[in-house]
Design a protein around this ligand. Sequence first.
Ligand SMILES: Cc1cc2nc3c(=O)[nH]c(=O)nc-3n(C[C@H](O)[C@H](O)[C@H](O)COP(=O)(O)OP(=O)(O)OC[C@H]3O[C@@H](n4cnc5c(N)ncnc54)[C@H](O)[C@@H]3O)c2cc1C
Ligand code: SF4
Length: 498
Amino acid sequence: MADPRGFLTYRERELPARRPVPVRILDFREVYERRQEDAPALVRQATRCMDCGVPFCHAGCPLGNLIPEWNELTRREDWEAAISRLHATNNFPEWTGRLCPAPCESACVLGINQPAVTIKNIEQSIADTAWDQGLVTPQVPERQTGRTVAVVGSGPAGLAAAQQLTRAGHTVAVLERDDRIGGLLTYGIPDFKMEKVQVDRRVAQMEAEGTIFRPGVDVGTQITGEELRERYDAVVLALGATVPREVPVPGRDLGGIHVAMDYLVQSNRVVAGDDVPDQVTAAGKDVVIIGGGDTGSDCFGTARRQGARSVTQIDINVRRGEDRAPGEPWPMDPRVFTVSTSHEEGGERIFGTATLEFVSDGSAGPDQVTHIRMVEVVRHADRSTTPVEGTERLIPAQLVLIAIGFEGVPRGGLVDQLGVAVDDRGRVVHDEMFATSVPGVFVAGDAGRGQSLIVWAIAEGRSCAAAVDRYLDGGSGLPVPVTASSAPLGAGIASLGA
Ligand SMILES: Cc1cc2nc3c(=O)[nH]c(=O)nc-3n(C[C@H](O)[C@H](O)[C@H](O)COP(=O)(O)OP(=O)(O)OC[C@H]3O[C@@H](n4cnc5c(N)ncnc54)[C@H](O)[C@@H]3O)c2cc1C
Ligand code: SF4
């Protein structure tokens, strides 16, 4: 039973300390500090949970995390029970605890008239403490079914599906074209948001459970889709959505303009200790990032750490308000103005502005970008824009990073070999339970949903595993947190234009 007066006793929202900006931009280590002295604040925050009877936070979390239960166990500092309840719905809580935008907190009942409980931080702290105390151990299956599954792609969707299916007794191989496992967790997201030890120790846990990892295998090239189908009883496509969206304006072919992922992969490799010849680096340059989302923010923090002269992020959208708009009532996750830890580190953000042209004045070398011509725009409901007369201007940019999203899975190659249908947004077409148009081939994560979040990737990986288990065994006891058409809480309200 939660403390019924906890939220009256402790009214403040308390989060762990972030390392000071001048110190943290000198390295790529995580921004948030884990300090022993923060432990009482964590217990106070868990005590603020009202165990409100109808916990909307459950519905806000795509995984259906049992938040009030583990808040209460945290209050009692019963870490073994807390991690057990957390693992009941989430394979990788230390990832979501660090990286999830926490729609659960937007749906927290306390959040109606007080600051929400710090759910995400409590989730991370339970997982981190459990690792520290040796409470995260391999769950080796008691029986083997003799069935085989290939999971193509080792991001959070593929790894969640693989762990669930291995634990159900199937023989699972994860095939990954990169040299390291982890998908965007490893080569997209910088260490200052999550250090790679968090991926490595889960991979070690999964190996001990029996999952087979095959990095460095580009499926569609080194193994054809047909061979994959012959060798395995079922296939899960967890390919991500890797085709970058472009900025097709004059000057795009100048040197010094890169899509964000090319830049971030190189930086992540260097941080991991790899030698990257001719690395694209921001050192000493005016850097302009086109795109206002997570990927742009990660480029922002990376450029600061590489010693950029200036960093500017351009967003075509207008600056959002600080509070919920009337059409986004509680418990919806509102689209409000957010400041990431990277944005705290300096630099400029420009909103309501579009790119007209990339320009070279020759001063950075022949055919190298030196400036961007921009214009303020009015954005309409159909996403078209009208330029505002008289607002054109040039800003310096010797390095331009394009971070305006992704257009789905690569066409051709593996998806063609398998013959799975792909829609006009580059998403692998699937039914409610993640089956593609080809029997025995399933899809999970960004490859089917389109560019999304880690929490959705894990939730889809879990549900997809249940569908594969049922396909192989005729039934399944694995959980199904989401179906393919599940949407964020309150999305229906937004689509009604309320
Ligand atoms: C820079 C960046 C930052 C982000 N930050 C956040 C964040 O802070 N919080 C958040 O919730 N979400 C964030 N996201 C989104 C999140 O990372 C994705 O939604 C999530 O990783 C999707 O998981 P996935 O498993 O579907 O695909 P991915 O993580 O993309 O993994 C797909 C894997 O499949 C492999 N693959 C593809 N084709 C083949 C093939 N033919 N053969 C073998 N392997 C193949 C790829 O190499 C890749 O490793 C971010 C995204 C980016 C790009
Ligand atoms: S996974 Fe995300 S939404 Fe779910 S409890 Fe954790 S922070 Fe909240």
